[in-house]
Design a protein around this ligand. Structure first.
Ligand code: TRP
Ligand code: SF4
Length: 329
C-alpha cells in the first residue's frame, strides 16, 4: 500500500456547480483508483476573503461535503476532512512564515489579481498575503507527491516547491517537492456567458433538478449573431456549445455544430439536447445525494473521521519538523 500521495483543497463557497465537476471533482474521483488521496475543505482559506462576515462558512462546508460524497469521493478510500480540524496546518504555516521572504508572497500573481477582483473587500491583511503559504502547509504537512489543480493554482504549487527547497536547505531533507498534476480545465461558462461562478448568479448546480437545469438553459446566452431561427450561427462563439463540448458525446457536438452553421436547428433544439446529457450526468449524483443530504450528522461524522486520519499523518510530519527546527523538547 504505497501509492503516491496527493492532496488537494477546495474553498467552501457553497453548493458545487458544473465548473467544479469538470475542473476538479471528476479528476479527483479518478485519482482515488491510483493514489492515496487527501481532500480538504479549506475553511481557513475562506476566512482570508470572508473574514468580515463568516456567517455562511459552516453551511457552505456542509454543502461542499455533501456534493463531494454525492459525486463519488469515497471516504473508505480517500481522506476527506476540514482544514481547521487539523491544527497542524496552522502550526506549519506559522513556522514556514519564519522562513518565507515577504516578496515571494507579494509576487504571486493571484495576490494582486484577487485584490483587484474583490475590490469591495479590504484584502491588505496579513492572512490574505499568506494565503499561498497556508496552501503550502496544506500540501507538505502530508508530504504530498503531487497536487491536482487547474492552471490558476499552478503558481501556488510553484511557490510550494520554492518554500520546500528553502526549508530543506536550512534544516535538512524533510519534505519532498510536490509535482503539479495539471487538470485540463474545459471552459465552463455560466448561463450569462461569463465564467460559471456562484457570485455571478449564473451557475448550474450539481443538486439542480432536471427541471431547474432545463429552465436555466432555456434563456442561456448564445451566439449573438443568431437573432432569429433562420440566422446561421458560429458554435465557436456560443457558450452553449462550450457546454456541449464538456458534456455531450461527439456525434451530438457534430450535429449541433452543423445544424447551427446551416440554421437547420434552433437554439432551443440545441439546448434541449444538451439538457438531456446534463440531466443524465447529474442523475448519477442525484442517485447518491439524498442519502447524505438527509443526514448531515453522517456527513459531519465522515469529516471528523477523515480529520482523525489526516492528523495521524500530519502529526508525524510535525514531529520531524519540530526536531529539524530544534524545538522538540
Ligand atoms: N487555493 C485553492 C483554490 O482556490 C484551494 C486550496 C487550498 C488548495 N489549499 C490547497 C488546492 C492545497 C490544492 C492544494 O482553489
Ligand atoms: Fe449556440 Fe446551439 Fe444556438 Fe448554435 S444552435 S448558437 S451552438 S445554442
Amino acid at each position: 500500500m504505497s501509492q503516491p500521495r496527493i492532496l488537494s483543497g477546495m474553498r467552501p463557497t457553497g453548493p458545487l456547480h458544473l465548473g467544479h465537476l469538470t475542473g476538479a471533482i471528476d479528476n479527483w474521483v479518478r485519482l482515488q483508483e491510483t493514489h492515496a488521496c487527501f481532500y480538504s475543505i479549506v475553511d481557513w482559506h475562506a476566512l482570508t476573503t470572508d473574514y468580515a462576515d463568516p456567517s455562511a462558512v459552516k453551511e457552505n462546508v456542509l454543502e461542499v461535503a455533501t456534493d463531494w460524497l454525492a459525486a463519488g469521493l469515497d471516504p473508505a478510500r480517500s481522506t476527506l476532512f476540514i482544514q481547521s480540524h487539523v491544527p497542524e496546518h496552522a502550526e506549519l504555516h506559522l513556522l514556514l512564515s519564519m522562513i518565507v521572504p515577504v516578496p515571494w508572497l507579494e509576487r504571486v500573481p493571484t495576490y494582486k489579481e484577487q485584490q483587484q477582483n474583490l475590490a469591495g473587500k479590504d484584502l491588505s491583511t496579513y492572512g490574505f498575503l499568506g494565503y499561498p503559504l497556508l496552501q503550502t502547509a496544506d500540501i507538505i504537512v502530508y508530504k504530498a507527491d503531487a497536487v491536482p489543480v487547474g492552471e490558476d493554482q499552478a503558481p501556488h504549487v510553484e511557490l510550494t516547491r520554492e518554500v520546500v527547497r528553502r526549508f530543506n536547505n536550512f534544516y535538512g531533507p524533510v519534505f519532498p517537492e510536490p509535482k503539479t498534476l495539471l487538470t485540463p480545465v474545459p471552459r465552463i461558462p455560466g448561463t450569462d456567458g461569463r465564467k460559471m461562478s456562484k457570485s455571478y448568479g449564473n451557475a448550474i448546480y450539481l443538486k439542480d433538478s432536471p427541471e431547474e437545469v432545463r429552465a436555466k438553459l432555456r434563456p442561456m446566452v448564445t451566439d449573438p449573431a443568431r437573432q432569429r431561427r433562420k440566422d446561421p450561427g458560429d458554435p465557436d462563439k456560443c457558450p452553449v456549445f462550450d457546454l456541449h463540448r464538456a458534456f455531450s458525446p461527439r456525434e451530438t457536438q457534430e450535429w449541433a455544430a452543423a445544424g447551427c452553421r446551416a440554421a437547420s436547428i434552433g437554439c432551443l433544439d440545441c439546448k434541449g439536447k444538451l439538457a438531456d446529457y446534463l440531466v443524465e450526468r447529474l442523475a448519477q449524483i442525484h442517485a447518491r445525494r439524498p442519502e447524505f443530504a438527509a443526514r448531515p450528522d453522517t456527513v459531519w461524522d465522515i469529516l471528523r473521521d477523515g480529520a482523525r486520519r489526516a492528523r495521524e499523518t500530519a502529526a508525524a510530519t510535525m514531529d520531524e519538523v519540530r526536531a529539524a527546527l530544534k524545538i522538540r523538547y
